[in-house]
Design a protein around this ligand. Structure first.
Ligand code: ADP
Length: 330
């Protein structure tokens, strides 16, 4: 079976280093190897965003961020989720196959409600739209962060339910596999919870200068005095340092923690310079892209065209298998 890579990122806020290490870095690495569809999931973002200007701005900003980080539109497709409105139709079809009890078991739903987000039906149905997102392009491999493991399991379950219900002899949907790097756990935000746009605890990929300093200084640590030994494995700053450090740097900082005489302030300073260096080139490319919005829109338009084409292939089969009919021609 041909590998088709599919994944998305919400435009509910500025993209952050959890998005980068959890997902985007893998997206960019896979573009050389397989046909791939990456989209900015603005329908999903509507579960939490009510501000039209902000949704629009964050959508374009996400596209700029992808391109600045090395996404190559010659190799892979980048587009906006709402440019493929057939998704809403497939979501409905999948909703009719999904027990409500499965949705209530979603860890991300429970987590978001616990954090005070409004329990609207969109938030509950989030994994069903995600399943449609993956399956409508015939996705077989889904690079995501560790927080999404259960959602991909739900997608697999929905693909199997659909195939069993409607096309058991000639299954329409492949059952996709998650692609989750063991080396990247769930990345903590500045308050120690999962870093997420929905929680306001992020460090933006392109944060710099005073903004970056302020964010890093507010990372929650324990109150171990400077001179005492510290446990790197229970510290939020070290969890972030590990993402940027090479093996030698990681060993050196780990040793300093354990030895004592190395304060969280030292570690934070080191982290600021690591982040600044790491995204330095991408930051420059971003400045250039901001000056060329037409180019960014062209990339999204072309990606959307290819995405729609692929989606239509699947939707024709879905409509025929389910008995849905239209009485108008194309
Ligand atoms: P957010 O929670 O910030 O809105 P998204 O839902 O848009 O993030 O997730 C986009 C991708 O980034 C997903 O593949 C997700 O697994 C990954 N991701 C998001 N936050 C984290 C995190 N804190 N650690 C690891 N991966 C993450």
């Amino acid at each position: 079976m041909k590998t088709i890579v599919v994944s998305g990122i919400q435009s509910s806020g500025v993209l952050h280093i959890g998005n980068y290490f959890g997902a985007m870095r893998q997206h960019i690495a896979l573009q050389d190897k397989h046909e791939s569809y990456y989209f900015i999931v603005n329908y999903h973002a509507m579960t939490t965003v009510r501000d039209a200007d902000a949704l629009h701005r964050h959508t374009l900003d996400a596209a700029v961020t992808y391109l600045a980080l090395g996404f190559d539109p010659e190799k892979s497709n980048l587009f906006v989720q709402s440019d493929v409105p057939e998704l809403a139709e497939l979501t409905w079809i999948f909703m009719c196959l999904t027990p409500v009890s499965h949705l209530y078991k979603s860890v991300t739903y429970k987590d978001k409600i616990a954090q005070g987000l409004s329990p609207n039906s969109g938030l509950l149905g989030y994994p069903v739209l995600q399943a449609a997102d993956i399956l409508i392009y015939g996705g077989t491999l889904v690079p995501v962060g560790a927080d999404q493991k259960q959602h991909i399991e739900m997608t697999r379950n929905i693909a199997q339910r659909f195939n069993t219900a409607y096309c058991v002899d000639d299954p329409i949907f492949p059952v996709p596999e998650p692609y989750i790097l063991d080396s990247v756990a769930i990345i903590p935000g500045i308050d120690g919870r999962k870093m997420s746009k929905s929680y306001g605890n992020t460090i933006g990929i392109f944060d710099e200068g005073a903004t970056l300093k302020k964010r890093i200084r507010s990372i929650v640590t324990d109150s171990t005095p400077l001179e005492d030994p510290k446990d790197p494995d229970s510290d939020n700053v070290f969890a972030l340092i590990k993402l940027f450090a090479d093996k030698d740097q990681e060993a050196e900082i780990r040793e300093a923690y354990v030895r004592g005489g190395y304060g969280y302030g030292h570690a934070k300073k080191r982290l600021i310079s690591m982040i600044t260096d790491y995204f330095g080139e991408a930051r420059e490319r971003r400045q250039d892209l901001i000056k060329h919005p037409d180019y960014v829109l062209d990339v999204l338009r072309e990606g959307g065209r290819r995405g729609r084409e692929q989606a239509k292939r699947f939707m024709d089969r879905v409509r025929s298998a389910t008995g849905l009919m239209t009485t108008y021609g194309e």
